[in-house]
Design a protein around this ligand. Structure first.
Ligand code: ADP
Ligand code: ZN
Ligand code: ZN
Length: 744
């Protein structure tokens, strides 16, 4: 017998090995095995078994079975295979994306040495004799630190930090100890105290639906649509409680763990050490360690972002997809381009679990599924504790700009006055401007030249803090120009408004206000997010200004005003979901205001298009109306959920080759089957990214004629040569994106 084995290396293929006779009975799909690879022994996993060797070259034999790594849960295997099929990705690549690299290494948690100043040390510093500057510098740092510091972090003070600390320790001035490295920034602060909750009637009914379904141990998809602050999180904490008590395990997906620390913390508070966190800040080693512990059954809850879907949790009974509408659930690159919510539904189906999707503003797809009774629809219509929904005002920026004859209008009078009121009353403000940098466009007033990224067809944004132009797609930066690079004119203009500019404006207009900006640029350091939010929650900050990362999951009692500086930033992207995203963002951010009954909230949305349906519906907080309108629109245009969409994106450094391939692709795909439609080829809205030219085709297949999507898959499987996808073929790569989230 022969086994195809996948190895955790950066290759897509699987490898063929002979299974020695004695081992045959214990080798199955999903078994971890030791195999000879190059001149070492590697651990791999069996993906298929064959009676004849699928490989014509020389085949070596398996060395052994890794019994200590028990096989993956069956529901996970089936999900991985589904992903491979549905998203047109070789299983090897799926596994590579699902398993942490180094999953088979023997690992223990990382430890580090930390150092703390002692009382004698403090005294020694007080009357320091004026020698040994390195020792003194370290003591000075330690005296201001509230806690012990890792010795590694002192290397900035002196390259000899270890030796200097040892010398200090030998005199009794510091103490050195070893501790486990805190893998996640949330361990640095204690979790919030566990609240005693007694559910409201509405909440109890919702919980009942979930727990009743969980008890049957059968697949049940549930959409929990609750207004912000209605207690969705409380519900799924309680549901998790019951599932755990019954011996099941729980998987919680959050859009991006760094952005939703409060959800993760509430799970930690409720379930303590049984909770594993899975997020992008984990090192490769921490990831591999966590994964192994999961296989051993050391945890029963996993909270994590997209790829936590692949956590090898046994006895899965409840999958929670928090904020299910979030685009970050979709993996863009590399393949598999899977959607974690959809894959969670598949995993839930095979595990016999409840899949609980929650949102205040569900995706149009999920809303429609609930409407069609494919999901159980549970609603929470009231904010907890009698908190009322904020009053929302729309401000027409265009009109005000004309009236005040002020071209660079950043804050309307209404919003500015409202902020001043809050500052006076010592209440807090959240301001959303969903663009980072100072200005998104930099150009020349004389010749019209605009600064473009040299590698992308994307305008570069001006960042004043660093005085550079930055491409937000590839990260290329150049010095901010003093004169036009094309004609030499000194008349450079800036167009549009980013967070930096709003911050500058606020500081000018409200010099006493304490302002913090939260965007990609201010949160690069590990733990920075957390630090800003902590300061805000402690009342050390009056105005929290930021991009969409401030729109979600935050629950601060003293926030009574939310301002949207420009509600239209996403409205005109050439993407059929632009309206949906605008609605969701504006609606979500409004939900950050007035979270307590004693402090009603207000939201002010500035817009240039007060008549737009997405903006208007968000301002009315009228989800129902918005979904009705958008569904009608999608039906007319035959967009999802009324059709299935596949994007075929061709990328390469040669523009003409991409076009030639796209035309050939079109020829191969036609004639189409009934109910299908092929659009393009056309240049992608971002025609060039990172020096690659991009051409795409969109294939639509009606749900009526092909409800399961099988016809579509058949067509693509039959007509697209395998060698075209993923790897470059004659300088062109084809990326197949099923149910794409972005069409840019
Ligand atoms: P959502 O996730 O829907 O935005 P949360 O679950 O965060 O809402 O609830 C909002 C706030 O109300 C939280 O501080 C939460 O602890 C509190 N809360 C919700 N339901 C209850 C309850 N039944 N008893 C006590 N506090 C509750
Ligand atoms: Zn010029
Ligand atoms: Zn670029």
């Amino acid at each position: 017998m022969y086994a195809q084995v996948i190895l955790p290396i950066s290759r897509y293929e699987s490898f063929t090995y002979r299974v020695p006779d004695g081992m045959e009975p214990s080798v199955q799909r999903g078994t971890f095995v030791a195999v000879p690879f190059r001149n070492r022994t590697a651990t791999g996993v069996v993906v298929s078994l064959h009676t004849r060797s699928p490989y014509s070259g020389k085949v070596r034999s398996l060395r052994g079975i890794k019994h200590e790594l028990s096989a993956l849960p069956q529901d996970l295997w089936t999900t991985l295979e589904w992903i491979s099929r549905y998203y047109f990705t070789p299983l090897g690549m799926v596994l590579k994306s699902a398993f942490p690299l180094g999953f088979a290494e023997t690992l223990s948690p990382l430890r580090e040495k930390v150092v703390r100043i002692t009382e004698p040390g403090r005294q020694a510093l007080a009357d320091w004799p004026g020698r040994a500057p390195a020792q003194r510098a370290i003591l000075e740092l330690l005296v201001t630190a509230e806690d012990s510091l890792p010795i590694a972090s002192l290397r900035e003070v002196t390259g000899q930090a270890t030796q200097v600390c040892q010398r200090l320790a030998s005199r009794g001035w510091v103490e050195i100890e070893e501790r486990e490295v805190a893998a996640d920034p949330f361990l640095l602060v204690p979790p919030p105290p566990l609240k005693q909750v007694s559910l409201t009637e509405e909440q109890r009914d919702a919980l009942e639906v979930v727990t009743r379904a969980a008890r049957t141990k059968a697949f049940a998809p549930v959409l929990l649509q609750g207004v912000t602050g209605s207690g969705k999180t409380e519900i799924y904490l309680q549901a998790a409680q019951e599932v755990l008590a019954d011996g099941g395990s729980v998987l919680v997906l959050v859009p991006e763990i760094a952005l939703t620390p409060q959800v993760a913390q509430r799970f930690r508070a409720a379930f303590g050490q049984r909770v594993a966190l899975w997020h992008s800040h984990l090192s490769r080693r921490e990831r591999a360690w966590t994964w192994q512990e999961l296989l051993k059954g050391s945890f029963s809850v996993v909270v994590g972002a997209r790829s936590a879907l692949f956590a090898p949790l046994p006895r899965l009974r409840l999958l929670i997809v928090d904020e299910e509408q979030e685009g970050s659930y979709k993996q863009e690159d590399p393949a598999p381009r899977y959607h974690a919510r959809d894959a969670a539904l598949i995993r839930g189906k095979h595990a016999g679990a409840v899949v609980l999707m929650t949102s205040a503003t569900p995706s149009v797809e999920s809303y429609f599924n609930a409407l069609m009774d494919r999901f159980t629809h549970v609603r929470l219509t009231k904010r907890f504790g009698g908190a009322v929904y904020p009053h929302v005002h729309l401000v027409d920026l265009k009109a005000e700009r004309q009236r005040r004859e002020e071209y660079r209008l950043i804050l309307s009078q209404t919003l500015e006055q409202a902020i001043r009121d809050r500052l006076e009353r010592r209440e807090q403000v959240i301001l959303l401007q969903n663009r980072r940098g100072f200005a998104p466009v930099v150009g020349c007033n004389d010749c019209g030249h605009a600064a473009n990224c040299p590698h992308c067809s994307v305008l570069m944004a001006y960042h004043k803090t660093s005085s550079r132009l930055i491409c937000h797609y590839c990260g290329t930066t150049t010095a901010a120009p003093e004169a036009c690079p094309q004609c030499g004119s000194p008349h450079i203009y800036l167009h549009g408004v980013g967070t930096e500019q709003v911050e500058e404006y606020l500081r000018e207009r409200l010099p006493t206000a304490r302002i913090r900006r939260m965007d990609t640029d201010t949160t690069r350091r590990r733990g920075a997010h957390h630090h800003i939010l902590q300061e805000f929650s402690e009342g050390k900050v009056d105005i929290l200004l930021g991009t969409q990362m401030i729109a979600k999951g935050l629950d601060f009692a003293n926030v009574t005003l939310v301002g949207v500086v420009n509600g239209d930033t996403a409205l005109f992207l050439p993407d059929f979901r632009a309206g949906e995203r605008t609605f969701q963002l504006v609606y979500q951010v409004c939900g950050r205001a007035g979270r307590r009954p004693d402090k009603p909230g207000e939201a002010i949305i500035q817009t240039n298009y007060p008549e737009d349906i997405a903006v208007k519906a968000a301002a009315r907080l009228d989800a129902h109306r918005f979904y009705n309108q958008i569904l009608a629109e999608r039906q007319t245009l035959r967009y999802p959920p009324f059709s299935r969409l596949v994007r075929l994106l061709l990328q390469g450094t040669h523009q003409d080759r991409g076009w030639a391939r796209s035309r050939e692709l079109r020829r191969r795909l036609t004639p189409l089957q009934k109910g299908m439609k092929l659009l393009g080829p056309a240049s992608a809205p971002y025609e060039r990214l990172k020096d690659h030219w991009r051409v795409h085709l969109l294939l639509k297949s009606s749900r009526e004629t092909d409800p399961s999507g099988q016809g579509l898959h058949q067509l693509l499987n039959q007509r697209i040569p395998r060698g075209w996808t993923e790897r470059s073929h004659q300088g062109v790569r084809l990326k197949v994106d099923v149910d794409p989230v972005s069409l840019l």
